[in-house]
Design a protein around this ligand. Structure first.
Ligand code: SF4
Length: 245
């Protein structure tokens, strides 16, 4: 068991792309039970070291306005009940975080579109009041990043907003991210940049490209696609990564 535990601990430290490649060699028949054991082992290990809780994810919305092909929230949208996090639930979380007093970073996203929850700016403001909080960010598909919510978010001084735009062209992104419209997202980003004017909040485009073979996956990162370079130049950070088809 110790050998297995050590193997899992080494596996946990290697990059995601290499983890995916290793997984692809494991037969489906054993994969599920093996990775169930992996999760328990890693959890056990955290408890052994009694590590403080430093990072949390908060799902402020399990609803989504898109139906992306690669995402469980998009492709199996009807498979679960979906809702927006209420103020009461959020305040209960904050109460517990105050007691824990160790969380330094929060990601306000776990599938679902955070901007559907109109209380998001309030939630962010409250989290920054935690004594230990240093960094907050969230991911969005960018379709709802209109002028009003952009101004409210800028007032919170949130550290980072990641807008997902996938593929190597606007067309491909819209084919993957069903219901999205590249032009609307681009206009929302342009407006955000215009009104942010010296604000500490950074905007980043998170671009995932399909790797057609394992060799591509083993390469570190794909090139940033031309359409994003052309439309955003040096104005905002663009990070491209591979995902397996
Ligand atoms: S926008 Fe995000 S949460 Fe919604 S379906 Fe697409 S990937 Fe999933």
């Amino acid at each position: 068991m110790n050998t297995l535990k050590n193997l899992f601990l080494i596996y946990n430290k290697i990059p995601d792309s290499l983890q995916n490649t290793i997984k692809s060699f494991i037969p489906n028949s054993v994969k599920d039970s093996l990775f169930k054991k992996y999760k328990l082992t890693i959890a056990d290990n955290s408890n052994c070291f009694n590590l403080p809780l430093e990072q949390i994810r908060i799902e402020v919305s399990s609803l989504c306005n898109l139906r992306c092909k690669h995402c469980a929230s998009g492709s199996q949208y009807e498979a679960q009940n979906r809702e927006l996090m209420s103020i009461a639930t959020f305040e209960n979380i904050v109460k517990q975080l105050n007691e824990i007093n160790s969380v330094q970073s929060a990601i306000m996203y776990l599938g679902g579109e955070p901007l559907l929850n109109k209380n998001l700016p309030y939630f962010i403001t409250e989290l920054y009041k935690l004594e230990t909080m240093k960094q907050i960010h969230f991911n969005t598909n960018g379709m709802l990043l209109n002028d009003e919510i952009s101004r409210r978010l800028l007032k919170t001084n949130i550290d980072l907003i990641c807008v997902s735009i996938d593929g190597t062209s606007a067309y491909e992104s819209e084919q993957i991210r069903i219901g999205s419209n590249y032009e609307s997202i681009r206009n929302n980003i342009y407006n955000f940049i215009k009104i942010s004017n010296g604000n500490k909040t950074k905007l980043k485009i998170a671009n995932t490209q399909i790797a057609n073979n394992e060799e591509a996956l083993l390469r570190n990162k794909p090139e940033i696609p031309l359409f994003l370079k052309k439309d955003f130049g040096e104005e905002i950070i663009i990070e491209s990564n591979f995902a397996m088809k």
